[in-house]
Design a protein around this ligand. Structure first.
Ligand SMILES: NC(=O)c1ccc[n+]([C@@H]2O[C@H](COP(=O)([O-])OP(=O)(O)OC[C@H]3O[C@@H](n4cnc5c(N)ncnc54)[C@H](OP(=O)(O)O)[C@@H]3O)[C@@H](O)[C@H]2O)c1
Length: 333
């Protein structure tokens, strides 16, 4: 089968598209999916570069890709609820990945039926970011109707999903983005938009119940005072890639773990709560999310679509840090 494989940690050019990669076979509880589309996520770039290798060590050559939409080609033993020919989507765990390929084996428990109203390209853009937004807003911070939430980087993949999910939960949503994306985040439902190139969110906002931190560093530091006492901050970013540059991949893990403990304690001392978001590859939760896309409550936000041959360009674009929504690989192009 055709697949983009990473042979060595490093720049985007280390991803090589090959025509003779062995097609995987599904084991017990697994599905073989003919991939129609796969999304690119920032974590793919961090894994490719080696910045995350202390946390997730790749067995090279590796096929990256943690978002897929496609059609079930074969079903492994012990699978209920899925049959050959079903259109499915999933964000497989980092142990599986492998979505930058014509075929991928995914765990059935991590899959859900694709919403019929979404194309495969649109559906592939959803699972990882929506599961992360769910982890932050529903499980992590328990956002309630009537509360105020600040979503940083509202024009990005997670931010676009988080704005829509927060509105669905009945919250008042403020978000940060650059001027060119103001109309886009308003269209997603944001009540208040702060153009971070002209305005300081920390001056404009106060008394917030919840914040989603997509940036870390000084943005996170300046977000704490925006929260009321009892407020909750969910961070998406561990700071591992930055720490890896400074301390090397392994010591970085210790530094980051110590930082999380420090942030939890510091938050408690301020009467606030710190949550570290973790996308959970869970098919049941994804089915709940699928229902929100099926009835139009949430909409996919796809920025650029690349054929597999242009995987290097797709990674370069993702790494600009300014994608508007999702970057998707169309395996049928
Ligand atoms: N913990 C987890 O399980 C988990 C899951 C998913 C993602 N993440 C992490 O969360 C982070 C965000 O992920 P993502 O997929 O949303 O990334 P993304 O799609 O690449 O985010 C790009 C967006 O960030 C915005 N942005 C850049 N600088 C900004 C700033 N200073 N203030 C406000 N917005 C800014 C850009 O908007 P403008 O162009 O308008 O600047 C752009 O739309 C990444 O580090 C990712 O690895 C973690």
């Amino acid at each position: 089968m055709r697949a983009a494989r990473l042979h060595a940690y490093g720049p985007p050019e280390n991803l090589k598209v090959e025509d003779d990669v062995e097609r995987p076979a599904p084991g017990a509880g697994e599905l073989l999916v003919r991939v129609h589309a796969a999304a690119v996520n920032p974590v793919d770039c961090k894994m490719r570069s080696g910045a995350q290798r202390a946390a997730v060590r790749l067995k090279l050559p590796a096929i990256l890709g943690m978002d897929v939409s496609g059609v079930v080609e074969a079903v492994g033993p012990g699978v209920d609820g899925f049959a050959v020919g079903d259109a499915v989507f999933s964000s497989p765990s980092h142990k599986r990945m492998g979505c930058y390929a014509e075929y991928a084996v995914i765990t059935a428990a991590e899959a859900a039926h694709k919403p019929a109203n979404l194309s495969h390209v649109e559906a592939a853009s959803v699972p990882l970011v929506a599961l992360t937004a769910w982890d932050s807003l529903v499980d992590g911070t328990g956002l309630r109707a009537g509360e105020k939430v600040l979503v940083h980087a509202g024009a990005g993949g997670v931010g676009s999903a988080a704005i829509q999910l927060a509105k669905h939960l009945g919250a008042h949503v403020a978000t940060t983005c650059s001027g060119r994306n103001v109309e886009q985040v308003k269209a997603l439902g944001a009540d208040e938009v702060i153009d971070y190139t002209r305005d300081d969110f920390a001056q404009r906002l106060s008394g917030y119940d919840v914040a989603i931190d997509a940036l870390g560093g000084e943005v996170r530091d300046r977000t704490w005072p925006v929260l009321r006492r009892g407020g909750r901050l969910s961070t998406l970013v561990s700071g591992l890639p930055e720490a890896a540059k400074r301390y090397g991949p392994y010591l970085a893990l210790v530094v980051v773990a110590a930082g999380v403990v420090r942030d939890i304690v510091a938050a408690r001392l301020r009467g606030k709560r710190f949550h570290v978001a973790l996308r959970k590859p869970d098919g049941e939760r994804l089915a709940k999310i699928a229902a929100l896309y099926a009835d139009g409550t949430m909409k996919p936000v796809v920025d650029r679509v690349f054929p597999l041959d242009q995987i290097v360009d797709a990674h370069r674009y993702q790494e600009t840090g300014h994608a508007r929504g999702k970057v998707v690989i169309d395996l049928r192009a």
